[in-house]
Write a protein that binds this ligand. Structure first.
Ligand SMILES: [Zn+2]
Length: 739
């Protein structure tokens, strides 16, 4: 039998290296049983895995048991007679592999001997009894009926993996007991359980890092066990900062009935992300356990298995499936590029794996093959491998990057994973390295607004803030501003997360929070580099706000963004960050609130021909003078054509609210006035609202009432707006490839 070294399952260097290590570790071709004729060896290797030990035994006239024990001695594989199937075995290993390789995920042998110790503390005897019943299968349970007794038991018994305690008890409370116990063992993980849902206490306890989780009574057994196990797992990973292949969580314990081949190990690793630890068991027992727990695999029904290529065929099937997954993921990404999507979301639901694109800010569902759900794990693993993410870590959010080349475009894709109810949800953000930053006109700024902004940007110092929710195009605007004021005699430096557009001639820095290079620390460094203009991607915390304000007061122009709904809200946000009002008043020059609305497709937009009453109602909704009805003829509506994926819109345009810091607003800020008060004065002084500029864009035939009404309302969550599926024509890669 020849071994084909197809390594297309993984592309990450790390993974390849470890696969290679696995190769070296394991023997193959039965050279561990040398005194065997070639013909006998071929006969044995040609048989099903479950029959091989029997054949070898009859050849040597020995019992199967003694042969298996001999093999495990020679190969140094632990022989296992009694075993516990791990809980959720098919989550560890797909059913298909269990059947093809006749192997079973089992509890690690050293673990099944010793259960982790849990200390349960509660003042009610009945509840303690309940815990004992609920936990005795999975843990060694010790109990205490008060905080003092808990500490005593903890010291006396020792070796606890986790503590489960009532929060409110007479005498010492659960959290004070934990504080005491953590003085003895700072790493001990604690779970609190309470009859009251006291959110504040719970939050404090979790924030203080002392408590892993808070549960409410009564807690179902399943949940209780799972939370405790998660807590224990967490404590085991604490201190092992580098999750190497050898750490405990990255192994999978597999019982099989014949020595595994390197290829088996590779596949297990590719599918589960875990290094297999193999054990040998009696073929009869292993097959029985597989049939009892997982039924009969399709392969076992095939009589032609005695044919020598049988095993390779099965593996080829698996490799084909894997290649199909790779193709599928690539095609999902390529289609997203063609459709100008900015994000791709893979969302596991109960029945399906939903895939959605975000195009011009709107979520557009992608039609997927019916059987996609069964490939969910493989698809998610594939994306994680592409993104260089630890595929075995499924409980924590993770991030990664993919460099994706497709034709002319070179894409930098940010990957983020989040555990959800039915699996990990994955979001890809597509950053096109070639995408061109926009000019101020292209943003859709009206003439007078543009002039106002440029006036401020020409000043040598001060702060200009752009506000809006996520995805409202804040950094697009900042980049446009920077390009507008870029001159050889001005030194412009930025700190961004991430750098979305490259602008020639300016110095762009990217934060890297993993190494502690945050907005604040980057900003501090930049100030030592003699800049004239500084752009800070976002002001998220007091420290950054503080440095930005001081920078502006010492003669720098600072541009940044804040996550608030409207312009006056920026002022109160800064006050919330404990910035002195007089510092705000003397540094902030202008606040611009903005939204992006979808731009009508120029190929298919048609006059809306609205009824006068509808027009009046729409204008009233935007708070615009009814007199504007006279422009009703210029209102267009979305139609849909091939060039806009039948959506009726293509691209986006901004709507803005500009607040200039006048003298009267200054004095309001110094008095720490509320946002509505500031807003009222700003409006009196002629600030145009988002709705008013929205109407201006409607009049220009650039967008529609629907869009402005939807986005100008600051409270609206964009994600709740989705496109009717009937309007969508997103067809994905051939379904057959996945079958
Ligand atoms: Zn169109």
């Amino acid at each position: 039998m020849k071994e084909e070294e197809t390594e297309d399952i993984d592309e990450g260097e790390n993974t390849n290296r470890s696969l290679h290590e696995l190769d070296l570790e394991l023997q193959d071709h039965m050279d561990w049983w040398p005194d065997l004729s070639d013909l006998d060896r071929l006969n044995i290797l040609g048989a099903n895995r479950e029959d091989r030990a029997r054949l070898l035994a009859s050849k040597d006239s020995k019992s199967v048991e003694s042969i298996i024990k001999e093999i495990s001695r020679r190969l140094d594989l632990t022989f296992v007679d009694d075993f516990e199937l791990s809980s959720n075995p098919t989550k560890i290993l797909p059913l298909r592999l269990i059947h093809s390789y006749s192997c079973l995920p089992i509890d690690a042998m050293e673990q099944s001997v010793q259960k982790p110790k849990v200390l349960c503390v509660d003042d009610e005897e009945g509840i303690l009894k309940g815990f004992q019943l609920q936990l005795r299968n999975d843990f060694e349970v010790h109990v205490a009926s008060s905080g003092d007794e808990g500490i005593e038991v903890f010291k006396k018994v020792g070796g606890f993996s986790i503590i489960l305690s009532d929060m409110r008890m007479p005498g010492m409370s659960g959290s004070s007991m934990i504080t005491e116990i953590r003085k003895i063992d700072p790493k001990i993980v604690c779970v609190l359980i309470t009859g009251h849902s006291d959110f504040e206490i719970a939050k404090d306890a979790i924030n203080s890092g002392q408590v892993f989780k808070i549960l409410t009574k009564p807690c179902p057994t399943e949940e209780l066990v799972e939370v405790l196990q998660q807590g224990i797992q967490q404590s085991e990973s604490v201190g092992k900062s580098n999750l190497s292949l050898n750490s405990k969580g990255n192994k999978v314990h597999l019982l099989t009935l014949w020595p595994p081949t390197p290829r088996m190990s590779r596949w297990v690793f590719a599918v589960s992300g875990k290094k297999p630890i193999w054990y040998l068991g009696l073929p009869e027992k292993v097959t029985r356990a597989i049939t009892e727990n997982f039924g009969i695999g399709a392969e076992s029904l095939d009589d032609s298995d005695l044919d020598q290529d049988g095993e390779e065929d099965q593996q080829d099937d698996l490799e084909d499936q894997n290649a199909a997954i790779i193709r599928f993921v690539n095609e999902v990404i390529m289609k997203a590029i063609v459709d100008r999507a900015t994000d791709i979301h893979f969302e596991p639901h109960k029945e399906t794996l939903q895939i959605r694109y975000r195009i011009d800010g709107q979520l557009v569902p992608v039609r997927v093959p019916d059987n996609l759900r069964s490939f969910q794990d493989a698809i998610i693993s594939r994306i994680k491998i592409m993104g260089g993410i630890n595929i075995s870590e499924k409980r924590r959010p993770q991030g990664g990057r993919i460099n994706f080349s497709h034709g002319q475009s070179d894409l930098d894709i940010r990957v983020s994973t989040l555990p959800t109810l039915y699996g990990e949800s994955i979001s890809l953000r597509l950053l096109n390295e070639k995408s061109q930053p926009l000019s101020m006109q292209e943003l859709g700024l009206l003439g007078k607004d543009e002039k106002n902004i440029v006036n401020i940007l020409e000043k040598p110092h001060g702060i200009v803030l752009v506000t809006g929710p996520t995805g409202s195009g804040k950094s697009t605007s900042l980049t446009a501003f920077i390009r507008r004021i870029h001159k050889p005699e001005r030194r412009i430096m930025t700190v961004e997360d991430p750098v979305e557009y490259e602008v020639a001639g300016i110095n762009q820095t990217q934060v890297n929070s993993e190494i502690g290079f945050t907005f604040a620390s980057a900003l501090r460094e930049i100030l030592r580099q003699d800049p004239d203009v500084i752009m800070v991607g976002e002001i998220r915390d007091r420290e950054t706000a503080d440095i930005a304000i001081r920078a502006s007061l010492t003669g720098h122009l600072v541009l940044s963004t804040l996550h608030t709904n409207d312009a006056p809200g920026a002022i109160t946000r800064l006050i919330d960050m404990e910035i002195e009002p007089f510092l705000i008043a003397s540094s902030v020059e202008m606040v611009i609130a903005q939204r992006l609305v979808r731009r009508l497709c120029s190929k298919c937009a048609m006059p809306a021909q609205m009824q006068k009453s509808d027009l009046q109602a729409s204008l009233a909704l935007l708070g615009v003078d009814i007199d504007e009805c006279k422009f009703g003829d210029s209102v267009l509506e979305a139609v849909g054509c091939p060039s806009c994926q039948n959506l009726g819109y293509r691209g986006r345009v901004g709507i803005f609210e500009l607040m200039k810091m006048s003298d009267s607003i200054h004095s309001l800020v110094i008095k720490s006035a509320s946002a509505p008060d500031i807003r009222e004065i700003a409006l009196e002084e002629g600030m145009s609202t988002l709705q008013e500029t929205g109407w201006a864009q409607i009049k220009r035939g650039l967008t529609t009432f629907e869009e402005v009404i939807r986005y100008a309302d600051g409270m609206m969550d964009e994600d709740e707006v989705s496109v009717e599926s009937s309007k969508v024509d997103q067809t994905l890669p051939p379904v057959t490839e996945l079958q």
